[in-house]
Write a protein that binds this ligand. Structure first.
Ligand code: KIV
Ligand code: ZN
Length: 527
């Protein structure tokens, strides 16, 4: 047998293909830095993910460099790079993944009528393009994945024909994407079952499922595809991804574990690493996890009502179908307070999934002490919020001082000092409320045309001394950036989040000329 993935599948494994760093990173505003991508890839590798889609190498120099570095550093997982259906993309993807111990090229083309209209190809022309590009990729490596984008809205005859061509040309994995989250579980299972039954050569390849969550059915559709015979599930941490996101890795892993009675397949993923990577991805992507998200939400293992609490105390299984420890939540959490030292903080950070360098630890420690002086109890969520805000120290624009006048008498005003490139600048501005006044003051010192797309506040823990986490998302000429900060003072957290977003915008302005940003690469197949 030439394909080791086939062996795993025959041994009852469902391969986990994580695309957090490619499809997940495509969410508007979720851009991660080079260092953060390497860190997430290492966590994915350590938790036992089979294939990591590390990026879209043709999209930008940054994407190429990240995929290549991930290929060089990864010890176990296969490293995959995405490419459109043209030789230039495929060659670039190969350049990036080739240092990997196990490299894979993933090439795709939109096969549905709507997607065929974009490059304006007839069915025959597209069939020829698929043959040529998959053959080209297969001449570079024996691990080639092919995807008919928008497969679930492609005419059956054409889908069957294109899959057959890709297999004949040498594809080893056929991925069936539900690109717009349109399918439903029964249909998802049937489609894979039918492809396996009717496509010539189907027995020699792995079928994969790649579902988006537009109708909230991504995970159900992926599991149904597994029932239909798919042996690779494509997913992202926290379900990160375009629009409503993708199938969530943690949901697939835990569903296969908890319902092994009806879905008798294993994954190679160590579920106890789920919580740590979920928190890390939330931090670096700037996309907080919703409180009631399955498996990884703050409330997933919280029991509020008296009846539930009573049941839990008598037997945890009354209201829990999995143990918190199974996903890496430790029952014995170290309490943290103003007497905790650096070593305890480092241990706590490690438990929460943060492996910080010494200089970062020093900075977080100073702010931890400051918070512990102001707050009775410092919870895990407070510490996560501190790490999230940690990048502020490295920024060009920093908040040095702020005093806000607010109350029942308008107008509210903010007196602000910003340190910009080392020099202090002071300004006073008014606004409709203290946050508006603070933002107006910052904008006076750092003029820009970015539009505020999102301003969101949530309390990290309970109590009036709780820290507020503020998320700000802004858009300027198609560049979307997010900033996040936490403080016991909501207005201070808001100003810092706004400043973080502005710093990121400045970096993006400098780095992204036209056509160099991942999100500006179109899926048009011309090349
Ligand atoms: O959703 C999709 O169709 C994709 C393809 C590029 C596989 O992400
Ligand atoms: Zn996708």
């Amino acid at each position: 047998m030439t394909n080791p993935d086939m062996q795993k599948a025959q041994d009852g494994r469902v391969l986990i293909f994580d695309t957090t760093l490619r499809d997940g990173e495509q969410s508007p505003g979720a851009t991660m830095s080079h260092r953060e991508k390497l860190e997430i890839a290492e966590m994915l590798d350590e938790m036992g993910v089979d294939i990591i889609e590390a990026g879209f190498p043709i999209a930008s120099e940054g994407d190429f460099a990240a995929v290549k570095a991930i290929a060089e550093q990864t010890r176990s997982a296969t490293i995959c790079g995405l490419s459109r259906a043209n030789f230039k993309d495929i060659d670039r993807a190969w350049e990036a993944v080739k240092p990997a111990r196990s490299p894979r090229i993933h090439t795709f083309i939109g096969t549905s009528p709507l997607h065929r209209a974009i490059p304006n190809l007839t069915m025959d022309e597209m069939a020829q393009r698929i043959h040529d590009t998959v053959t080209h990729a297969r001449n570079l490596t024996d691990n080639v994945q092919w995807s008919p984008m928008d497969a679930t809205r492609t005419e059956w005859d054409f889908l069957r024909r294109t899959v057959e061509i890709a297999i004949k040309a040498g594809a080893t994995t056929i991925n069936i994407p539900d690109t717009v989250g349109y399918t439903a579980p029964v249909e998802s299972a049937d489609l894979i079952r039918r492809l396996i039954a009717e496509v010539e050569g189907a027995e020699d390849v792995i079928f994969a499922t790649h579902c988006h969550n537009d109708l909230g059915m991504a995970t159900a559709n992926s599991l149904a595809a597994v029932e239909g015979g798919a042996r690779q599930v494509e997913c992202t941490i926290n379900g990160l991804g375009e629009r409503a996101g993708n199938t969530a890795l943690e949901e697939i892993v835990m569903a296969l574990k908890v319902r092994h009675d009806i879905l008798p397949y294993d994954t190679g993923v160590d579920s106890r690493k789920i919580m740590a990577i979920s928190r890390r991805v939330a931090t670096v992507s700037g996309f907080p996890v919703q409180f009631n998200k399955a498996i990884v939400g703050k409330n997933a293992f919280a029991h509020e009502s008296g009846i539930h609490q009573d049941g839990m105390l008598k037997n945890a299984e009354t209201f829990e179908i999995m143990r918190p420890e199974d996903v890496g939540l430790s029952g014995t959490s170290l309490p943290m307070g103003k007497h905790s030292g650096r070593a305890a903080l480092r241990a706590k950070l490690k438990e929460l999934g943060f492996d910080v360098a010494d200089n970062q630890l020093n900075d977080i420690f100073v702010r931890f002490k400051d918070l512990a002086d102001r707050k009775k109890e410092v919870f895990d969520e407070d510490i996560e919020a501190l790490v999230r805000a940690q990048g502020a120290a490295e920024q060009n624009i920093r908040l040095k001082f702020m005093r806000v006048i607010c109350g029942t008498e308008a107008p509210q005003s903010a007196d602000v000092i910003l340190t910009i490139d080392g020099a202090d600048h002071q300004v006073t501005a008014q606004g409709d409320g203290p946050v508006d006044a603070a933002f107006n003051a910052i904008k006076k010192l750092v003029p820009h045309n970015a539009r505020l797309q999102l301003y969101q506040v949530h309390a990290v823990t309970e109590g009036t001394d709780a820290q507020a986490t503020v998320t700000v998302r802004m858009e300027e000429d198609g560049r979307i950036v997010t900033g996040q900060s936490a403080d016991t003072d909501t207005v201070v957290a808001s100003a810092r989040a706004y400043i973080t977003a502005l710093n990121r915008l400045l970096v993006k302005r400098a780095l992204t000329g036209a056509g160099t940003d991942t999100k500006s690469v179109s899926y048009k197949d011309a090349g």
